[in-house]
Design a protein around this ligand. Structure first.
Ligand code: TRP
Length: 340
């Protein structure tokens, strides 16, 4: 992934997560560890997309409420620094809803129905024809999130690229109507190692598939998960040659083992034959325990001070709201919606 050259004022980054569960290693690889580095060089907004989470969770609003704090804890525990990044809660910035309302007139129902991300998610959720209107139209709300902060860069997984394309369509249509470049087009930043498989070998680590290792996992949970990690089903005896493709133990070691030279030797030995899965898993367990122990400790420490977490969220949201409100004013003025 190559980042654009820096200009005098740092480019704005907007990223976010739907707070529907605690974050896991898949999030860590796909976004969290990048955010920790971005925050030094960019103006980074990180949004807890609680309103968006409600578009398919109206039957369990408590889950979304609880997970706002859980995800905030994950952010801080991995090293997102609230003095460098602005963490905000989507629902507490009414201007985001307001912008969504206007942007809905810049997309057609047919275009929303064709959005590949929305299409795939409708299948995944089994909505069939009973699609909540708010769910179908969430690309407009995502466009509001991105444009409110005039974000130039949006780090997302590959599956979210259609959201960026649709956002830019809205931006172009709006600027044409406004006859000036009020909104800013954005670029998706897709990480190279975007997707971590689940411990069961399925292509994606995801809470709904029950194949995750959470960032706050206890030592015992990590041990249990490593035992279940999918390896090579054809590697029955130690002396058999093993395969690396689709071998989750090695995929995780590729992603997390700090000693990549030793890992290369281990892989060669495995492929040659003579190296048992138990040795590989022992290494994986050590690597994961060492990586997650400080994150867990920090998470537990922070969780004791809920007042601090709420203050971080309140301050971040207030700062973000000022920016979003300025954009909303410009948008409304350009639409002739300013009177006094
Ligand atoms: N749709 C994103 C997800 O499901 C969350 C999100 C909401 C988001 N608004 C955003 C991501 C704006 C990037 C930019 O993960």
């Amino acid at each position: 992934m190559s980042l654009p050259a820096k200009s005098t004022s740092p480019a704005v980054i907007l990223t976010g997560d739907r707070p529907t569960g605690p974050l896991h290693l898949g999030h860590y690889v796909g976004s969290l560890r990048n955010r920790v580095t971005y925050q030094h060089d960019y103006k980074q907004y990180i949004m807890l997309a609680d309103s968006q989470a409600l578009t398919d969770n109206m039957d369990d609003t408590g889950k979304v409420h609880r997970n706002v704090v859980e995800v905030a804890l994950d952010y801080l525990a991995v090293g997102i620094d609230p003095t460098k990044s602005t963490i905000l809660i989507q629902s507490q910035i009414p201007e985001l809803a307001e912008l969504t309302f206007y942007y809905l007139n810049l997309v057609t129902v047919a275009r929303l129905e064709r959005n590949p991300t929305v299409k795939a998610e409708i299948v995944l959720r089994g909505f069939e024809r009973d699609i909540p209107a708010g769910f179908l139209t969430y690309p407009a709300s995502q466009a509001a999130d991105i444009t409110a902060f005039k974000a130039a860069l949006v780090p997302v997984g590959e599956d979210q690229i259609p959201m960026i394309e649709q956002t830019n369509e809205i931006v172009r249509r709006f600027n044409r109507i406004a006859n000036q470049d009020i909104l800013v087009e954005c670029k998706a930043l897709v990480p190279e190692i975007g997707r971590l498989p689940g411990i069961d070998g399925k292509a994606k680590m995801s809470k709904s598939l029950g194949n995750t290792i959470n960032l706050g996992a206890s030592a015992a949970e990590i041990t249990a998960a490593v035992k279940k990690v999918y390896t090579d089903p054809l590697h029955l005896r130690v002396e058999d040659p093993g395969h690396l493709e689709g071998n989750v133990a090695f995929i995780y070691l590729d992603a997390f083992d700090p000693d990549q030279a030793a890992l290369a030797e281990m892989k060669a030995h495995y492929v040659r034959g003579g190296l048992g899965d138990s040795i590989v898993k022992k290494r994986l367990e050590l690597v994961l325990q060492e990586m997650l122990a400080p994150i867990r400790a920090r998470r537990e420490e922070l969780a004791k001070d809920r007042g601090y977490i709420m203050q971080v969220l309140k301050d971040g949201t207030a700062a973000a709201r000022e920016v979003a409100a300025r954009t909303a004013d410009e948008v409304k003025a350009a639409l002739g919606l300013s009177y006094f």
